[in-house]
Write a new protein. Structure first.
Length: 199
């Protein structure tokens, strides 16, 4: 599978259920100038999926504080999306999630992002797209493996730090941690100060 990282994100215009539960269109390039967290799940009314969708919704304000929009996609129809949103959480639904839920009924979006599994459903793909429309991070999980929203936020923080400061983020970097200049001197200085020998 050829990675999309460093390449323009495949654009799309698709039907979606919007945050107010109306039907509308979402165009990815219409979100240009913002960071976009684009994530896919296999199917509505399944098991791991609502846990992830609700986790993204619970942290939506944190993404918005970072100037990022969250967009979810699966191969279901907009009508199935709306039925799932209208199903109470305590009955396995996703309730009134506050980001667009895109319909990829013809599977063209999942195919373009390289995550269409056996021409059937999307794998659990997550893509961070920068304000220029370039994919900067991609994560793809197998169907039974849920993703970490905390890690998505951490990676977004790292990406924004790099874009703002030009330094690079070392392993396990968290917002507020030291970064390093991408030079031999920069890595030597960082290792000498922050990494214990034998650790």
């Amino acid at each position: 599978m050829q990675t999309l990282v460093t390449r323009p994100a495949p654009d799309f215009t698709a039907q979606a259920v919007l945050p107010d539960n109306t039907f509308g269109e979402v165009t990815l390039s219409g979100l240009r100038s913002k960071y976009v967290v684009l994530f896919f799940w296999p199917l509505d009314f399944t098991f791991v999926c609502p846990t992830e969708i609700l986790a993204f919704d619970h942290h939506l304000a944190e993404f918005h504080e970072r100037g990022a929009e969250v967009v979810g996609v699966s191969v279901d129809s907009p009508y199935t999306h709306l039925a799932w949103k209208n199903t109470p959480v305590e009955h396995g639904g996703i309730g009134s999630v506050r980001f667009p839920v895109v319909s990829d009924l013809d599977k063209s979006i999942s195919r373009a992002y390289g995550i269409l599994h056996e021409e059937s459903v999307a794998l659990r793909g997550l893509f961070l797209i920068d304000p220029h429309g370039v994919v900067r991070h991609a994560l793809v999980n197998d169907l039974p493996l849920g993703r970490s929203v905390a890690e998505a936020l951490r990676t977004l923080d790292a990406l924004q730090f790099v874009d703002t400061h030009g330094e690079v983020c070392p392993a396990n970097w968290q917002k507020g941690d030291a970064a390093l200049a991408p030079t031999p001197e920069g890595i030597a200085r960082y290792l000498a100060e922050y990494v214990r020998v034998g650790a």
